[in-house]
Design a protein around this ligand. Structure first.
Ligand code: FAD
Ligand code: SF4
Ligand code: SF4
Length: 440
């Protein structure tokens, strides 16, 4: 066997970033493969994090930059694994790196091209609440700080017109001829940290998402209240619109729900709703916030104290009920939430200016395909499953392949980080034992 000293990490969210940094610190070469043009995952888009209310990107950005600067880590963005051959510690991974149409070695991230680009399209990194250009940086703290051309929207590709970006780019970085690249890597072990997807509640007609503009998802709310988001952190229903004075948060939207095929608890929503209600209060003292919950799951360290503080110091009201319906009061422009209070059982209603739906967080829809490529098993919900969830939670069902973060089941940031460190420790054992001994 000619064992390699490289490890492949799939997914550049907080779990993949932590795993890469831990391995690089041990002197191991890491290929960090990320599907998007920037690493960061969901944490890069959050405003603050529970239970400390620290700024999310302030914690993550230094780690993202450390990954970029570390000579032992090679970040491959816009990239996906298409095949894995062999066995630990001698895997051969084939990656497809999609063309950016911008030379990564030349782009300085100056932004001149973006300014001159005439095309505006919905910005998925701000949950489509504002627009970005056809040549763009996903978000201000993106790593690497390199532009990407959206081929589907760029006039050069769709109509053979424009070419503004190539005219203004002083670095000569624009390359309309760039092709997708196939990269073959020899790796000793693989860590999968490909995260989750957010449930789209449009099919829950009772809540009016997509029908009423003041019904938002929690992820949209995170971007609205974030200083680097579409409204500069001003909580408004629409950019340039009115500020809500009463907010209703609804828990378990699509979670713990057999009819939506998500019978499990998404694990983080009770706490992120508490955080989001606190943030509203921190921004605007006169705002009223209501959280509709079934059971309040405050199971982590200091989580119960956090909820107690939300009630006592922030005046947040918790109502034990699953609302049955949201209806618009057209005259007042408000939303009426109808609910059956489980403590004082009778139908009641409350009027609010904005509703935030704390939607289910689900396994990635591409996880089955990835499971097939890697030869690892998924559980009944579609999360990657551990060989032994009690004694060996970071080892997948195949030797030399490890799982970390939300792709292995619902969990918050600290748990994702802990799992990533566990997975990196296990993966480094593969390399250490590659000269002989049992591979985990
Ligand atoms: C609204 C909301 C608020 C939250 N608030 C908090 C909070 O305050 N505190 C807290 O602790 N937790 C919070 N969470 C949970 C937190 O976001 C997750 O615990 C954390 O993001 C999990 O990290 P991850 O790296 O496993 O996944 P992700 O953040 O999803 O990262 C996965 C990465 O993998 C990439 N990827 C996916 N598929 C592939 C592929 N095939 N190939 C290559 N790359 C791929 C993705 O693009 C992404 O960059 C919140 C979640 C939501 C939705
Ligand atoms: S592509 Fe050119 S103009 Fe655009 S950010 Fe990069 S260096 Fe600047
Ligand atoms: S060529 Fe495309 S990306 Fe460049 S400025 Fe024109 S529309 Fe924008």
């Amino acid at each position: 066997m000619t064992a390699t000293k490289n490890i492949l990490v799939i997914g550049g969210g907080v779990a993949g970033i932590q795993a890469s940094l831990d391995l690089a610190d041990k002197g191991i070469n890491v290929y960090l493969v990320e599907r998007e043009p920037s690493i960061g995952g969901i944490m890069a888009l959050l405003d603050k994090t529970f239970p400390t209310n620290d700024c999310s990107i302030c914690i993550l950005a230094p780690k993202m930059n450390e990954c970029f600067a570390n000579p032992n880590i090679r970040i491959l963005t816009n990239s996906e694994l298409i095949s894995l051959e062999g066995e630990a510690p001698d895997f051969r991974a084939t990656i497809v790196k999609k063309a950016r149409f911008v030379d990564e070695k030349k782009c300085t991230g100056c932004g001149d091209c973006t300014q001159k680009c005439p095309v505006k399209v919905p910005n998925k990194y701000n949950m489509n609440l504002d627009k970005r250009k056809a040549i763009y940086l996903p978000f201000p703290q993106s790593v690497p700080r390199i532009m990407t051309i959206d081929k589907e929207r760029c006039l050069k590709f769709t109509k053979d017109k424009c070419g503004n970006c190539i005219k203004v780019c002083k670095a000569g970085a624009i390359d309309y001829e760039q092709n997708d690249e196939k990269i073959v890597l020899d790796v000793g072990a693989v860590i999968v940290a490909s995260g989750f997807e957010i449930y789209n509640p449009s099919d829950m007609f009772e809540y009016g998402y997509g029908k009423y503009s003041n019904v938002k998802t929690a992820m949209e709310y995170e971007r609205l209240i974030c200083a680097s988001g579409p409204t500069g952190g001003h909580l408004v229903v629409e950019p340039g619109g009115e500020r809500p004075k009463r907010l209703g948060f609804i828990q378990c939207v699509g979670s713990r729900d057999l009819s939506r095929k998500n019978p499990y608890c998404s694990s983080v929503c009770c706490m992120h709703a508490t955080k989001e209600a606190m943030l509203a209060k921190e921004h605007y003292d006169d705002i009223e916030t209501y959280i509709f919950f079934l059971d309040l799951r405050a199971v982590g360290k200091n989580f119960q104290q956090y909820v107690d503080r939300a009630k006592k110091d922030y005046g947040i009201k918790y109502l034990r009920a699953r609302p049955g319906r949201i209806m618009e009061n057209e005259e007042k422009g408000t939303l009426t939430i109808w609910y059956d209070d489980l403590i004082d059982p009778h139908i009641q209603s409350i009027d609010v200016d904005m509703v935030v739906l704390c939607t289910a967080l689900m396994p990635s829809s591409t996880a089955p395909k990835m499971g097939e490529i890697l030869g690892i098993e998924l559980d009944e919900y579609g999360f990657f499953c551990a060989k032994d969830p009690l004694a060996n939670p970071v080892c997948s069902t195949k030797k030399g392949i490890f799982i970390a973060g939300y792709c292995a089941g619902p969990k918050d940031i600290p748990e994702s980080v802990a799992e990533a460190s566990g997975a990196s420790a296990r993966a480094s054992e593969v390399i250490a034992q590659s000269g002989g001994g049992d591979v985990p």
